[in-house]
Write a new protein. Structure first.
Length: 433
């Protein structure tokens, strides 16, 4: 039997499986080399291969097709990066697919770049725009940003990153790689930003890059591999803190601005963060075993969700200030960062401190938290006060010991609060009964 006879028989419409097996056995005996060649051809055309990479500049991949079984799609590389889109070659013949890829390369790539040249700018412009669909979807997934955070990140992308991308002629998302982001860090540093400031600014970029990776618009997220700018000891500028003896009695004086008085009183007596002071309402004031606390239900960290002791003197001022407010409206809801800047200057005036001194010492409104911690340390309160009342990282043992939901935790919490009140009476207040 010849090879031609076997092939004719296999192609016959009524050929039975047993005949195929018979001819295969004959071929194995009489023409083993031909049989091996046929098997190689069979593997080439029937084995599923997810990707067939070929010559420089593009790659081919098989995609299932109802009519042809499968067809080849081509993906091009441009300036060292693989474009995210793929194009159908309309054939399942490998050589024809290669011909299509080569002959259509310039036209397809140029059309793609022209079409998508504005896509990068549009995306980064919209990412922190509160009216854009992208930002709204991100909020649903990750929770909405504080408005001042959103504005800052929007400013980083639109005022810094987009002009950088335009200058570097970046037209595709895949052109944004680790070296490019590293160069952007250098640009921010050359503008005079401190390393820690640059790292904070880069978060705005990182969140956007994470979105691109999640949506498959880039293959890998370069921000993940980008090292932070090292922060040296000399780059760190800590918040200043008034000497504790000078603070005593400052809240016994008459202040010209009652709101400024109460805001400063809040941070120096409770150690609450700025945003926590802005958000709390009368309904957040709770009583645990005879001690008043402010129940902070939202904070920038999970550890920030806590109860902070509220001195009776501060409570009286709050209730007087907010006597016309309902229980759920934030008492200081209209206060913003500009108010805090003014409040910092106001307490400086009450202590006869010059504005030059405030600037030199880096005294901020937020410095009240540092003063509170200093007072507690000077009064002999243990280090666990940072975990219990300041919203720092909480160890499991401390969290269990001061769990306000059970009786033992409430007892411990109230006991510690009484220590805080005694220290405030000694270090901050005078003559209050």
């Amino acid at each position: 039997m010849t090879l031609q006879t076997a092939l004719a028989s296999v192609r016959a419409e009524q050929q039975h499986q047993q005949d195929i097996l018979y001819y295969r056995s004959v071929l194995e005996k009489e023409a083993p080399t031909v049989l091996r060649a046929l098997r190689m051809i069979d593997r080439e055309y029937t084995t599923v291969k997810p990707t067939v990479k070929r010559s420089k500049g593009y790659s081919l991949m098989r995609v299932t097709n109802k009519k042809l079984g499968y067809v080849y799609y081509v993906r091009y590389q441009h300036e060292g990066k693989t474009l995210p889109s793929k194009w159908c070659t309309h054939t399942n013949v490998l050589e024809k697919a290669h011909e299509f890829a080569v002959s259509n390369r310039d036209k397809i790539v140029s059309n793609y770049i022209e079409k998508n040249s504005g896509e990068v700018v549009r995306f980064f412009t919209q990412f922190y725009d509160k009216n854009s669909a992208i930002y709204k979807n991100e909020c649903k997934r990750n929770s909405e940003l504080r408005e001042d955070y959103r504005k800052r990140r929007f400013s980083v992308l639109t005022g810094k990153f987009i002009p950088f991308l335009i200058k570097r002629k970046v037209k595709t998302f895949n052109a944004i790689d680790v070296p490019l982001l590293d160069d952007f860090q250098d640009v921010l540093l050359l503008e005079g930003n401190k390393p820690q400031t640059v790292n904070i600014m880069m978060i705005a970029v990182g969140k956007a890059m994470k979105h691109l990776a999640r949506k498959g618009m880039i293959k890998t997220n370069p921000y993940v591999s980008l090292p932070s700018v090292p922060v040296k000891a000399g780059d760190k500028k800590t918040h200043g803190c008034y000497e504790i003896p000078k603070l005593k009695g400052v809240f016994d004086k008459e202040w010209a601005n009652n709101t400024s008085f109460l805001l400063n009183l809040m941070i120096y007596s409770t150690n609450m963060r700025n945003i926590e002071i802005q958000n709390f309402s009368k309904d957040d004031i709770v009583n645990i075993n005879g001690c008043r606390f402010i129940d902070i239900k939202r904070s920038k960290t999970e550890s920030g969700i806590r109860q902070v002791p509220l001195h009776e003197r501060v409570y009286d001022h709050i209730m007087e200030y907010a006597k016309d407010s309902d229980g759920q409206t934030p008492i200081f809801g209209t206060v913003n960062q500009k108010h805090f800047q003014a409040d910092k200057r106001e307490i400086g005036k009450m202590m006869n401190v010059s504005q030059e001194f405030l600037k030199e010492q880096n005294n901020k409104f937020y410095s009240g938290r540092h003063a509170w911690k200093t007072m507690m340390s000077a009064g002999g309160l243990g280090e666990d006060v940072e975990e219990i009342f300041m919203g720092h990282k909480v160890s499991s043992n401390v969290a269990k010991l001061y769990n306000h939901r059970d009786k033992q935790g409430q007892d411990k919490l109230a006991e510690k609060a009484q220590e805080v009140f005694a220290i405030l009476d000694d270090k901050l207040f005078s003559g209050y009964q």
